[in-house]
Design a protein around this ligand. Structure first.
Ligand code: ATP
Ligand code: MG
Length: 388
């Protein structure tokens, strides 16, 4: 039998206690299974996880592990019996391509082994020195050899094989959120940040068809297919906003238009959240980025709903958001041209400071519940699969 490719997956344990920890570990194991499919096996061991897959899939499995939230870092490991000579042989092969000083770090999950971790480090280190004459450096070694003893096996890897994961919490650990996604640069990054903290995103996109094209929807779907590579398949509600916008255009003061569009988006998204059992709304707002994102306007818009509105990008610069969008993989899609749904009938001089009362008055001639209901009843639900 061919030896499977083995990966040791580590997570950060800080803040994980008791029942919480069991739940986290089981959820992370499940998210790894979701990401890797049924042919890979995932086993929960003392404080880490072991993934086994067909060796031909090793690169692909590595790429997928790097996108599972909750993974702090992982490494492809070589297996050896619990025998210092054999462990040293494997270590020598691994560090051959990495010159310079080294050190060995050992860990024992099996506390019945007849040696301590420092003893194992010294014994294996001495064998490597004897074979190569390479210098040991306890601080700032060029390469670190990690040896983890588990039951009757030792897993060996080096610092060069350690790959960082995204960190955070496994998706689902923090419940669900409804993300308002526009097809632009910011909202996919906001969604990614929430998913990283364990919230499963459900998406709502508003379009102004036939006043604008459906480009924004096409871009949104393409962005979501990229995001789904991180958090798995997702649900998207596509909602027509044109009728609401026409009513606002006809019956409300021009300078509040954009803010009123937003209020309706929040209200309709709140309906989606109720349907989905989601605990908050999420937007890609950053403070002061545009007129609708001043403190006053964010507050005045938000007062239209009872639900918590989270804005994970609020303190970020555009350049930081762009860099993150590039890392996530949504940036190139988000900069394709589109007609923004809110540029439709955009005010020439939008209000930069409004109050909730001003917006209430500005919509006094609208039948708000009926408009929300009408738009929501026309929402179409789509399922998004990862782009892979
Ligand atoms: P983005 O890059 O996410 O579009 P932005 O800086 O262009 O953000 P706005 O267009 O003012 O900002 O939108 C602010 C937030 O409102 C967006 O991040 C998104 O959460 C929500 N939003 C705006 N337009 C839409 C839309 N058509 N559908 C769903 N949500 C939207
Ligand atoms: Mg936008």
């Amino acid at each position: 039998m061919v030896e499977p490719a083995r990966f040791l997956v580590h997570y950060h344990e800080i803040g994980l206690k008791g029942k919480n920890r069991r739940h986290f570990e089981q959820l992370l194991a499940q998210r790894l299974r979701d990401a890797l499919g049924p042919e890979a096996t995932v086993r929960l061991l003392h404080g880490r996880l072991l993934v086994e897959a067909e060796p031909g899939r090793a690169d692909e499995v590595g790429a997928r592990l790097a996108r599972v939230f909750g993974v702090a870092y992982f490494a492809r490991v070589r297996t050896a019996p619990v025998d210092f000579d054999r462990v040293a042989e494997v270590a020598l092969e691994l560090i051959e391509a990495q010159p310079g000083s080294f050190r060995v770090r050992a860990k024992r999950a099996n506390k019945r082994l007849p040696f301590t971790s420092p003893e194992a480090e010294r014994a294996i280190g001495a064998r490597i020195v004897a074979a190569t004459g390479r210098p040991v450096r306890l601080k700032g070694a060029d390469v670190e050899v990690f040896v983890e003893f588990y039951e009757d096996e030792a897993w060996v890897y080096t610092s060069a094989q350690r790959v960082p994961g995204p960190g955070g919490l496994p998706v689902g650990a923090s419940g669900k959120v409804v993300v308002l996604i526009s097809g632009g640069i910011d909202s996919p990054v906001a969604a990614w940040r929430m998913a990283k903290r364990g919230a499963r995103p459900v998406y709502v996109h508003f379009h102004s068809y036939p006043h604008t094209s459906l480009d924004s929807l096409r871009k949104t779907v393409a962005e979501l297919e990229v995001l789904a590579r991180w958090h798995g398949p997702a649900r998207l509600y596509v909602v027509p906003l044109a009728d609401v916008q026409e009513e606002i255009f006809a019956h409300s003061p021009e300078r509040y238009r954009t803010l009123l569009y937003r209020r309706f988006m929040y209200r309709i998204a709140e309906r989606a959240a109720e349907r989905e059992g989601a605990g908050a709304l999420v937007t890609g707002d950053a403070l002061g980025q545009v007129a609708s994102q001043t403190l006053e306007n964010l507050h005045a818009v938000e007062r239209a709903v009872a639900m918590t509105v989270l804005r994970p990008l609020i303190g970020m610069d555009k350049t930081e958001v762009i860099a993150e969008a590039q890392r996530i993989g949504t940036y190139e899609i988000s900069i394709q041209p589109q007609q923004d749904c809110c540029s439709f009938l955009e005010p020439k001089r939008p209000a930069t400071k409004s109050t909730p009362e001003q917006l209430d008055r500005a919509e006094a001639r609208l039948d708000v519940p009926a408009l929300v209901e009408a738009a929501w009843s026309r929402a179409e639900l789509r399922r998004i699969e990862p782009a892979d």
